[in-house]
Design a protein around this ligand. Structure first.
Ligand code: IYR
Length: 229
């Protein structure tokens, strides 16, 4: 495999004050993001979805393999097939596969096996993780840190959609094998997440949840160290 040619990094230091302002502004903007489960069917410009995919695809990845693939679905028939298959799995999960502890944890969110957003949202983006690569001549090569890489790309996708002004949800029907079958994806692609994307319904409500404060998610040096390690 050939090596990448080193080139000078394009990086400009910013004024401290501007950096602080930007950080505060970003926290405020991204802090207002909520998972949306109730969508308007108002149309969305597909180029916005494409830009968000390009932004997600700037994510760092193991050995720069970029082991992700985004399928944009707006065909009503495909959306219906996906909804039907997802609800079938979800019904089994909610009825018998999820242990009581899991159901208890979900209860405050009020979710159930009915998933109208899979039809109402104008777009579904299905993110697949590429477990390995297959070259044109059929040779297979490994990918590295696949779930980390795809998880980072998913996070950047969510942030991009929100900053662009669109709503989404990380939907994870389980198991998700039906997505590969319905969308006829190759065997090296594993379904990772479904993102319904659109504008929130006019009457959309979200749970009044609070996020952990900085002190709860960050410690400095050995602060709060554990005896167990
Ligand atoms: N996948 C199911 C259940 C579900 C699980 C978790 I963990 C959530 O945070 C939310 C839902 C569903 O989509 O309903």
């Amino acid at each position: 495999m050939s090596e990448y040619r080193p080139i000078p990094l394009q990086f400009e230091r910013q004024e401290q004050e501007l950096m602080r302002l930007r950080a505060d502004e970003l926290l405020q903007q991204l802090g207002s993001r909520r998972s949306v489960r109730s969508f308007s069917s108002d149309p969305v410009a597909e180029e916005l979805i494409d830009r968000a995919i390009e932004i997600a695809s700037t994510a760092p990845s193991g050995a720069h393999r970029q082991p992700w693939h985004f399928v944009v679905v707006d065909d009503p028939q495909l959306k219906k097939q996906i909804r039907d298959a997802a609800e079938k799995e979800e019904q089994r999960s909610y009825e018998s596969r999820m242990p009581e502890e899991w159901l208890d944890a979900l209860r405050p969110l009020g979710t159930d096996a009915v998933k109208p957003f899979l039809i109402d949202a104008p777009y579904l983006v299905i993110l697949f993780a590429e477990t390995h690569q297959v070259a044109a001549d059929g040779t297979r090569s490994r990918n590295y840190y696949v779930s980390e890489s795809v998880g980072i790309a998913a996070g950047m996708f969510i942030a991009a959609l929100h900053l662009v002004g669109l709503a989404t949800l990380t939907h994870t029907p389980s198991p998700m094998g039906f997505l590969r079958a319905i969308l006829q994806r190759p065997a090296n692609e594993r379904p990772y997440l479904i993102f319904p994307i659109g504008y929130p319904a006019a009457d959309c409500q979200v749970p009044d949840l609070q996020r952990k404060a900085l002190d709860q998610v960050r410690s400095r040096n050995l602060e709060g160290r554990s005896e167990e390690s």
